[in-house]
Ligand binder design. Structure first.
Ligand code: BGC
Length: 761
């Protein structure tokens, strides 16, 4: 037993049943319940993922939290594809949490972007679980490396805001494992978050807070999660059922009725006290871990603001650029759009930070372009109202300038935690504004402070440039000026596909659900997996992002063309900066399985690397691919499996821009039991190596039977024709044998049962 384990054990032995039950529910909105006589201190938790929302003295500050740096939100962070940068930001978050006396920061969220409509997409990383998992792990490692805990949330399948407290997400096991749990799994295994927060919604009929399968079987037992599971705020329905499922800490509190329910359950024999002790042990372990870092002091606001600027600049995706950017000393710039003056830099809801300061894009542009004449037109109001005069003034200003930059942010009533967007469009006023301005000025750049994909069909072709600036954090105004002027060469790429229109999106006909249930009918096929499969063109593909320089890929290579899954392979490629400016390129590796027993997406992201290059410089990028890069989850085997065969390794600059392709041959190290059973089809028997061997003799009987039944003689027809065999392939072996019933040594049932026994015996 470690010192910490014995301290925790000693604490538990001093606690009464009442105290243990009370510890499992919070003492307030943000604090756990202290137990003075057992030396158990309180632990302070607070939102949120991209800043510290420490609620101060209510009388002095009302609902306003203490000032803290508002960094870009997760959707923007993901576009950096830069784990090292996220780790650095995590360190800064930890410093602020320490200064503000916070033990655990409630984030990050790694739910998948199943639909661009989800109101909370700004708080989530990606539509791709690999990317989301790696980035979340980096952020967590940074925060926890600074002695502050995290809460990986919302476990699981909180992919919409519509009825988020109750909706039942119906998801098949394989989709759950490969898409909706995979990012959690990566983050848990690679960064060991102190806490995991359950989701509000139901998953396959059970609340996230009462899911033994998710909270205990998978998270704790299979993935080895050692921290505590906390409820989302108010997510617990039946406290005892939740405890039994593995939900350790209920927040917020106090809730005397919950404590009493737990006491009653133990005293009445409905719940073993060991279940409670295990939750208490986990909670105390984390509380003690938090105690190891002394809290208080201050943080360097200037340095963190500068870091927020660096991160924001690296998160801005240059979607389109027809030689308009970077702005090179323009004489007259028309800055248009309310968001230029009132920076729209974060989302509404629980993650809302009270920033230490805010850089407005307009001020920042004036600062970096001191010799330009810069005008400002509001263009649209903060709400959905329409005002022709605002549009006319903006168009006039644009016509009188050399270049126009329009800043667009959706009203908070359209995009926020708490509700989903109704469509992918900008407001009618904003669309009309872009239309009028682009008519007046061909050199027009649109900067989007939106959190997710936008339908741009009405105006995309009329603009010369588009920057996805996202919810860019408090220093975003300066960062966007850096990108516009080329002080920073953009190096971000989309972490989500931008479809042409809502009707093209994967969940379109299964969203947001009705009668309390949302059916994830698209299965594994979200994001680019769907657009690939259906060959649906998108506006901007996953992984897309431009730079002010250009890159060339050469010499693709792989460490071995034949390998086992246990060894994996390393893919390498030379990347050269072929332009005139220093820049960074994000190299992506997707894996395509040429043949698999179960259907698989066309390709899946399994590795990436970001590389910085001076003009003319070449670097070799190496990307390792391990077992999981080739595996898929097989629900019948109840495990991740690999299969022998050929895989294509696609090296590209985006999901739609594959530069190089290599083919490798994998030998699986798994010896899986055969899944053949009494109802398996003839085709399934023949496709299964072991099955094929076992039925070799039976095949003769089958062929005789078929020949007899169909009156085909081997000589006359030259054997059983493929048309007949093809017709039979999808029949259960049993049914096929029945064609020859009379001539069989045993009944078909006995024969098949014997074959199945032989396989499994
Ligand atoms: C949100 C969580 C958040 C919690 C505490 C909930 O409504 O879903 O993400 O951490 O509130 O503010």
């Amino acid at each position: 037993m470690t010192d910490q384990q014995s301290t925790v054990q000693a604490m538990i032995s001093k606690m009464t049943l009442e105290e243990k039950a009370a510890l499992c529910t919070g003492a307030g909105p943000w604090a756990t319940t202290p137990v003075a006589h057992a030396d158990v201190p309180e632990m302070i938790v607070t939102d949120g993922p991209h800043g510290v929302r420490r609620v101060g003295n209510l009388e002095e500050m009302g609902s306003q939290s203490l000032p803290a740096t508002c960094f870009p939100s997760a959707a923007s962070l993901a576009a950096t594809w830069n784990p090292g940068l996220l780790e650095e930001m995590g360190r800064a978050l930890a410093e602020e949490a320490v200064a503000l006396e916070v033990d655990v920061l409630l984030g990050p969220g790694v739910n998948m972007k199943r639909t661009p409509l989800c109101g909370r997409n700004f708080e989530y990383f990606s539509e791709d679980p690999y990317l989301a998992g790696k980035l979340a792990a980096a952020l967590i490692n940074g925060i926890q490396g600074g002695g502050v805990g995290t809460s990986l949330k919302h476990f699981a399948a909180n992919n919409q805001e519509y009825q988020r407290f109750s909706i039942n997400a119906e998801i098949d096991e394989r989709t759950l494992r490969e898409i909706y749990l995979a990012a959690f799994e990566t983050a848990v295994k690679e960064s060991r978050p102190w806490t995991v927060m359950c989701s509000y919604n139901k998953i396959n009929g059970f609340y996230g807070s009462e899911q033994h399968y998710l909270l205990t079987d998978i998270l704790k037992d299979e993935w080895g999660f050692e921290g505590l599971v906390v409820s989302d705020w108010g997510a617990v329905h039946d406290r005892v059922a939740a405890l039994k499922a593995g939900l350790d800490l209920e927040m917020p509190g106090p809730k005397p009725s919950r404590t009493q329910a737990v006491i009653d359950a133990v005293e009445g024999g409905e719940m073993d006290e060991a279940v409670l002790d295990e939750a208490v042990r986990r909670i105390l372990t984390i509380i003690m871990q938090a105690q190891a870092t002394a809290k208080g002091g201050s943080f360097d606001q200037d340095a963190h603001h500068a870091l927020a600027r660096k991160v924001a600049a690296e998160s801005m995706v240059l979607l389109k650029n027809e030689e308009v950017l970077p702005l090179s000393n323009p004489r007259r710039v028309a800055v248009i759009g309310r968001a230029a003056q009132h920076a729209h830099f974060q989302g509404g809801g629980s993650s809302h930070i009270n920033p230490t300061r805010v850089d407005a894009p307009l001020d920042a542009l004036k600062a970096v372009l001191p010799d330009s004449e810069i005008t400002y037109s509001e263009g649209y109001a903060a709400d959905l109202s329409q005002d022709q005069a605002l549009i006319a003034a903006a168009a006039d200003a644009a016509a009188a300038a050399d270049v126009a930059v329009i800043f667009i942010a959706l009203p908070a009533s359209v995009e926020s935690e708490g509700y989903d967007r109704a469509n992918l469009l900008l407001t009618a006023q904003q669309e009309a504004l872009i239309g009028a301005v682009t008519k007046a000025q061909s050199q027009c750049v649109v900067v989007l402070n939106t959190s997710s994909a936008v339908d741009m069909r009405a105006w995309v072709d009329d603009t010369a440039g588009i920057i996805q600036a996202g919810f860019m954090g408090q220093a975003g105004g300066s960062a966007v000026a850096d990108v516009l002027t080329g002080a920073v060469n953009p190096s971000a790429k989309l972490a989500e596909s931008f479809p042409l229109k809502l009707e093209d999106t994967p969940a379109y006909i299964n969203f947001p659900g009705d009668r309390g249930t949302v059916h994830y009918g698209e299965g594994l096929y979200i994001g680019y997996r769907y657009y690939d499969a259906k060959q649906i063109p998108v506006l901007f593909p996953f992984g897309h992002g431009l730079s002010y320089t250009t890159f060339a890929y050469t010499n693709p290579a792989v460490s071995a063309t034949e390998f086992t899954d246990a060894d994996g392979v390393i893919v390498s490629v030379d990347v050269t900066n072929t332009g005139k400016q220093a820049g960074q390129e994000i190299v992506q590796v997707y894996v395509h399985d040429q043949k698999s027993t179960l259907h698989r997406p066309e390709k899946e992201l399994k590795g990436f690397a970001k590389v910085a290059l001076e003009p003319g410089e070449t670097k070799t990028v190496e990307i390792p691919l391990d077992f999981r890069a080739f595996a898929y989850y097989h629900p019948d085997h109840q495990q991740w499996i690999t299969e022998d065969g050929e895989f294509d390794l696609l090296i590209g600059a985006s999901a739609a821009d594959i530069n190089e392709q290599l083919t490798v041959s994998l030998k699986s190290s798994l010896d899986l039991p055969s899944l053949l059973h009494e109802e398996s089809t003839l085709q399934e028997w023949l496709d299964d190596d072991k099955g094929k061997a076992v039925i070799a003799e039976t095949i003769v009987l089958i062929q005789d039977g078929i020949a007899g039944s169909f009156g085909i003689s081997d000589e006359a027809e030259g054997g059983i024709g493929m048309d007949v065999m093809g017709f039979l392939m999808d029949m259960p072996l049993l049914s096929v044998l029945h064609f020859n019933d009379a001539a069989l040594p045993q009944t078909p049932e006995e024969i098949v049962a014997g074959l199945v026994d032989l396989l499994h015996g």
